[in-house]
Design a binder for this molecule. Sequence first.
Ligand SMILES: Cc1cc2nc3c(=O)[nH]c(=O)nc-3n(C[C@H](O)[C@H](O)[C@H](O)COP(=O)(O)OP(=O)(O)OC[C@H]3O[C@@H](n4cnc5c(N)ncnc54)[C@H](O)[C@@H]3O)c2cc1C
Length: 414
Amino acid sequence: MPARRYIIVGAGPAGVHAAVAIRHKDHDGEIVVIDRDHDPPYYRTELDTYVGGSTSDAEMPLYPEDYYREHRIRLRLRTVVAKVHASERTVELAGGERVAYDALLLAPGSYPLTISCPGASNPGVVTVRTWEDARKLIRRVMGTDRPVVVVGGGVLGLILAEGVRQRGRQVTLLEREPRLWAPVLDETASQLVRQGVRQRGIEVLLGEEVAEIVGADGRIDRVTTSAGRGLEASTVVVAIGVRPDVAFLDGGAIRIDRGILIDHEFRTNVPDVFAAGDAVQGYDPISGQFRVVTNWNNAVEQGKLAGGFMAGDGPPYRGVIVSNSETFCGVRVTVLGMTQATGGGLVMLKGLDQAKGIYRKLTFRDDKLVGALLVGNTSGEGMMKKMILEAKPTSITEVKSKFLTGLILEETGT
Ligand SMILES: Cc1cc2nc3c(=O)[nH]c(=O)nc-3n(C[C@H](O)[C@H](O)[C@H](O)COP(=O)(O)OP(=O)(O)OC[C@H]3O[C@@H](n4cnc5c(N)ncnc54)[C@H](O)[C@@H]3O)c2cc1C
């Protein structure tokens, strides 16, 4: 039998881990990973600490270059996939070359959204998605001692603000919602994170967004906010969210809603075309909805499993669940499962130690743990994740004594 050819679009964690999983199962197959990026695969999650100067160039690559040779994984970098021709089992590259596949993985990840306001096209308005974006930001920030404005108080905005601040620049962070990381944090959690961020010298303005970027000849002079405030800035870092990078699939046969739709074996609706990572919309067993989950661990897990299915079979996939841990200016935050109460029938247990900066909110539905938000002390997160995934009924009294001792408690129902 001729060797199978596996084509993978995207050399992020989903694509690379899929390639490795395929190689473990198929010794002879040809594996080609295509990416438009110029850099060999790297830790996108470290771009903020790279901006801040605490992660070096040497620490960025996912694997040493030899690794790909040893595993006979061919990386085709600086190469854009323009189209998928599912009926003829080829992908078309920008430039017209067509590459045939026996199995195709779509792992194109996300692209960053940006702002639209007067002055938004100024070259000093930047987003950070690639290593090259991070290098450019460092050059801009180090080229002047003028302040920087970061737009967006979600995960990316918070960690990039910290990175820029570590370079000694004055940073103001604008978040249009009344809370930081508003889809996930409640008021108490947001306040604790804000406290940590301000202690690092970052000014946080909530309920304010950019109204105008004032400057000329490619230079920014200042940012005017929706509250009429003027902020001096050399650079505006925009971190207002990401979307699946799936425009190249427009008009094709692959079904897309908010992301590429997959089943429990990572198959799209088109035979032999699989998808994984930030760009997919998978079933979330906790909320019962199909959702896009954008985080590294999710992409790694999905890539590994998808690669297994492409080369044969694999273990059943339980679906995507929210599971994220971040440290914002020294404040550790873990989010598991349901992040906001949607609909009734939920019981929430909240425990707070304001002086120590600890807050824990556990959410239950029908006596089962369905969500956890942990700030300041994230111990027990592994156990909680297991409880959420196993969905076994649990006693609230037991949970209190296990996870909430020493905290001032509040119980609410919705
Ligand atoms: C600054 C920053 C910090 C982050 N920090 C964290 C963190 O601390 N924790 C966390 O969980 N997550 C973090 N993330 C998110 C995390 O990096 C992503 O969830 C993860 O990289 C998604 O992996 P992926 O393989 O699905 O896609 P990606 O890593 O986005 O990789 C997709 C690849 O596909 C390529 N591509 C797309 N379309 C095409 C095409 N048509 N042709 C050729 N190539 C194409 C892209 O160039 C890209 O390299 C961070 C992201 C950023 C930007």
